[in-house]
Design a protein around this ligand. Structure first.
Ligand code: COA
Ligand code: HC5
Length: 650
C-alpha cells in the first residue's frame, strides 16, 4: 500500500479515492505492518531520487489538448466511410453546431484541467476504460499471452520450470526495485516508465459501481516479498526472499512448490472463479466474503502479492493443428470450471500460467499497464529460463508456504460460486479463438517496399473485413501515448476514406496491379500519418471523450455530437486491434470489444507475423477462422500487387 515516504515522481501513481483502508492484522505473523494510505499523502509525494528508470520522467512533456477545430475536421473525415450521404450531411451540421456551442466552452474546461493535472486524461481513462467497466475482466479486458511451448512433460518438469520462471521474474523485479531498468524508447523519444513501476504490485478490487485499484510499490516501508501460487483452485502464500532480502534459489523455490502441490492434491473450493464474474456480482460476493476475518486476510495476501502463479493440472484435448489455439484459451479464460478457470485470481495484475505438457503463458489485468511492459518481462523471463546455468544461491530462513483459507459461511456465497461457474462456462463456450503464424513474410517485405509494416498490416485487416462483408467497419488500433507523463493510449482510426478506396480497388478485377498498388500506398501513407499524429497526442478519440466528460463533470448535458449515429458507429469497433511486438514467438490474444466484432492482436517479427484472432460464437456473422483466412489472403494479395506493379514498371 502507498505510504507517505515513497519516492516517486510527484505526478504519478495515485490511489483511487475509493480504496478501502486496509487492516492487515491477521498477517502480523508474516511481518507485515499495518499500513494505511491516503490519496492526500500520495499527491504530496515529492520527487523520486531518480535512478535510471525514472531519470527523464519529470522532463517528459504533458499530454496536450488538441485544437478543437483540428479534431472536428479529422472526425468528419474519419466517419465519412461509415455513413450514408444523408447521415453524413446531418453529422456535418451537428459538428458545425458543436463548434459554436458547447464545443468552445468544453474545450476551455479541458484546457484548464490540463493545466491543473499532470495528465488530464489518465484518471478519467482509468475509470471509464477499466474501473467502471462492469462486464467480466476475463475475455473482455484481460489479454492472454502464450509463450513458446516448453519441453517439460511431467509434473516435476512443470514445477522446475515454474521455479526458474519465478527466479527470472525476481531478477527482472530487482531492476524495478533498484530503478536500473533502462528508459524505454520509441524511436528517439523516451517513454513514461510508470507502468513498469506498478506491474509487480498492482491489483484490482471489485466495487459495486466502480472497482478500485491498489498497489504496493517496492519502496514502501514493508514491500511485498511473496507470490501467490494457485494449484487445484487453492491459493498459497509463498515468500520468495530470505531474511537477508536475497531471492530464494531455484532449488529452494522448487522444493517449496513441491510442498504446495503435496498439500493440494484434491480440487479446492473454487473461490477464484468469482474473479471471472460480472464486476457488480463479484463486488456483492466480495462484500460477503470479507465479513470473515480469515477470508479478509487471504484476500489481502492475494492483493499484496508480487504476482500469482497458476500451476494448472488440466489441458483440454486439441484437434491436430489446434494446439496453439487451445493454449491461447488457457491463457485467456482457463477453459471454464471443468478446466482451470477457478485456478486464477483475475483481479491480480499479473498471473503467470504454467500448464501441463509445456503449455504456458500469462494473463494480465489491464488497468495497470499496456502490453509492452508486460512483454518486456516475458522476454526477460524467457531469456532467463533458456539459460542452462543456475546463478542462484540459497537464501537463509525459508518460511514454509501457507495455504490461504476461505470460509464460505453464507449460503449466498455458495450460490454465487455456482452462478459464477455457469457464467464462465457460457462465456468460454462463446469465445471463438484462432491463433496463427503467417510465415510467408514479416516486417521485411513492407520495409523492402519502403512502407510502414504496421500500416501495411492494418490495411490487410481493412481488406480482410471488406472481402468478407463488402463494407468497411470502424476499426480500433492502439496508439501509445507514453511519450507523455502518465500516458496510456489513444485510438488510431484505421478505417479511412483511403482504406476504403484501397479495399474496393483490390476487389475490383478490372483494375490493374499498378493502380491497386497506388491505392495501397496511398492508404498506407494515410494510416502512417494518422499514427504519427496520434502518438504525438493529436488523436481524436481521447479528446472527444474528454469533451464529453468535461460536460458531464460540469453538470451539462451530453453534447449532441456524442449522441449522433456517427459517433456511436465510429466507436463500435467491429475490428479491435493492437500491435504488441515480442522477441519470442509469443502469441497474444484478447476478446472482441463488441458482440459482433473481432479482436486481433499481432506480433510482427522480421520474417513472420503471429496473430491472435477472436470473435464470439453467439454472433452468426463473425468467425475467427474465416477472418484469419481472409487476413492471410489479403497479405498475399497485397504482396502480389506490389511485386506485380514493380514488374510492370520494369
Ligand atoms: N520504410 C521502411 N521501413 C519502415 C518504414 C518505411 N516507410 N516505416 C517504418 N519502417 C520501419 C521502422 O523503422 C521500424 O523498424 P524496426 O523494425 O527496425 O524497429 C519498423 O518498420 C516498424 O515501424 P512501423 O511498422 O511503422 O510501426 P511502429 O513501430 O512505428 O509502431 C504503432 C506503430 C502504432 C504500433 C506504435 O506507434 C504504437 O503506438 N505502439 C503501441 C502499441 C501498444 O501499446 N500496444 C499494446 C496495447 S495494450
Ligand atoms: C498482451 C498484449 C495485449 C494488448 C492489449 C491491448 O491492446 O489493449 C488495448 C489497450 C488500449 O488502450 O488500446 C485495448 N484493446 C484490446 C481493445 C485493443
Amino acid at each position: 500500500m502507498f505510504v507517505s515516504n515513497i519516492r516517486i515522481p510527484k505526478c504519478d501513481v495515485r490511489r483511487s479515492p475509493q480504496s478501502p483502508m486496509i487492516d492487515i492484522d491477521p498477517l502480523k505473523s508474516y511481518g507485515f505492518q499495518r499500513v494505511t494510505c491516503s490519496l492526500q499523502k500520495m499527491q504530496t509525494n515529492e520527487k523520486l531520487s531518480v535512478g535510471r528508470m525514472f531519470s527523464v520522467q519529470d522532463s517528459l512533456p504533458k499530454l496536450p489538448v488538441p485544437p478543437l477545430d483540428q479534431t472536428l475536421q479529422k472526425y468528419l473525415r474519419s466517419v465519412r466511410p461509415l455513413l450514408t450521404d444523408d447521415e453524413y450531411a446531418n453529422t456535418q451540421k451537428i459538428v458545425e453546431d458543436f463548434k459554436r456551442d458547447p464545443g468552445p466552452k468544453l474545450q476551455t474546461l479541458l484546457e484548464k484541467r490540463a493545466q491543473r493535472e499532470t495528465n488530464w486524461l489518465s484518471d478519467w481513462w482509468t475509470n471509464t476504460a477499466y474501473l467502471e467497466f462492469r462486464q467480466p475482466v476475463t475475455v473482455n479486458v484481460s489479454p492472454g499471452v502464450v509463450f513458446p511451448k516448453q519441453s517439460y512433460t511431467d509434473k516435476e518438469g512443470q514445477l522446475r520450470f515454474t521455479a526458474k520462471l519465478i527466479s527470472g521474474l525476481l531478477d527482472y523485479k530487482s531492476m524495478i526495485d533498484n530503478q536500473t531498468l533502462p528508459v524505454e524508447k520509441m524511436g528517439k523519444q523516451s517513454l513514461c516508465m510508470m507502468q513498469y513501476y506498478k506491474i509487480l504490485c498492482g491489483c484490482r478490487i471489485p466495487g459495486k459501481k466502480r472497482d478500485t485499484w491498489v498497489c504496493y510499490p517496492p519502496d514502501e516501508a514493508n514491500p511485498p516479498k511473496h507470490v501467490v501460487i494457485a494449484h487445484n483452485n487453492a491459493f498459497f502464500f509463498l515468500e520468495v526472499y530470505g531474511s537477508n532480502n536475497q531471492p530464494l534459489s531455484i532449488e529452494q523455490i522448487y522444493e517449496q512448490l513441491k510442498n504446495i502441490v503435496n498439500q493440494s492434491m484434491e480440487p479446492d473450493i473454487p473461490v477464484g472463479i468469482l474473479t471471472t464474474e460480472n464486476r457488480n456480482k463479484w463486488a456483492k460476493a466480495y462484500e460477503l466474503l470479507t465479513k470473515d476475518k480469515e477470508n479478509k486476510a487471504s484476500l489481502q495476501i492475494l492483493q499484496r502479492s508480487i504476482c500469482v502463479l497458476c500451476i494448472d493440472n488440466k489441458l483440454p484435448e486439441s484437434a491436430a493443428g489446434e494446439e496453439d489455439s487451445t493454449a491461447a484459451k488457457m491463457m485467456l479464460h482457463g477453459g471454464g470450471s471443468e478446466y482451470n478457470s477457478a485456478n486464477r485470481w483475475c483481479d491480480k495484475t499479473l498471473q503467470f500460467i504454467v500448464g501441463k505438457n509445456g503449455v504456458c503463458g500469462l494473463n494480465y489485468e489491464h488497468t495497470t499497464a499496456e502490453g509492452p511492459p508486460i512483454i518486456s518481462i516475458v522476454d526477460h523471463v524467457l531469456d532467463y529460463c533458456s539459460k542452462n546455468e543456475n546463478m542462484t544461491t540459497p537464501a537463509p530462513d525459508l518460511k514454509p508456504p501457507k495455504k490461504l483459507n476461505f470460509n464460505i459461511t453464507y449460503p449466498e456465497l455458495r450460490e454465487n460460486l455456482k452462478e459464477a461457474e455457469e457464467n464462465i462456462d457460457s462465456l468460454v463456450k462463446d469465445v471463438d479463438l484462432t491463433v496463427f503464424k503467417f510465415t510467408e513474410y514479416g516486417k521485411n517485405f513492407p520495409k523492402s517496399q519502403k512502407l510502414s509494416p504496421d500500416s501495411f498490416i492494418q490495411m490487410a485487416f481493412q481488406l480482410a473485413y471488406f472481402r468478407l462483408y463488402s463494407k468497411p467497419c470502424a476499426t480500433y488500433e492502439t496508439a501509445s501515448l507514453r511519450q507523455f507523463q502518465l500516458g496510456r493510449t489513444d485510438t488510431i482510426r484505421s478505417c479511412s476514406i483511403e482504406s476504403l478506396e484501397f479495399s474496393k480497388g483490390m476487389m475490383d478485377p478490372t483494375l490493374s496491379k499498378q493502380k491497386k498498388a497506388e491505392l495501397l500506398k496511398k492508404a498506407v501513407t494515410g494510416h502512417k500519418n494518422y499514427v504519427a499524429e496520434a502518438v504525438k497526442g493529436q488523436g481524436i478519440d481521447r479528446h472527444l471523450l474528454g469533451l464529453k466528460l468535461a460536460a458531464l463533470q460540469n453538470n451539462m448535458k451530453v453534447p449532441a455530437l456524442h449522441m449522433d449515429v456517427a459517433y456511436s458507429l465510429s466507436c463500435h469497433h467491429n475490428v479491435s486491434t493492437s500491435q504488441v511486438p515480442a522477441k519470442y514467438e509469443a502469441c497474444l490474444v484478447f476478446g472482441p470489444t463488441v458482440p459482433d466484432g473481432y479482436g486481433v492482436c499481432y506480433n510482427p517479427q522480421e520474417k513472420q507475423i503471429l496473430l491472435g484472432v477472436s470473435a464470439f460464437n453467439c454472433c452468426p456473422e463473425t468467425e475467427s477462422r474465416r477472418f484469419k483466412d481472409s487476413i492471410h489472403q489479403s497479405l498475399m494479395d497485397m504482396k502480389s500487387v506490389l511485386e506485380g506493379s514493380i514488374q510492370s514498371k520494369l
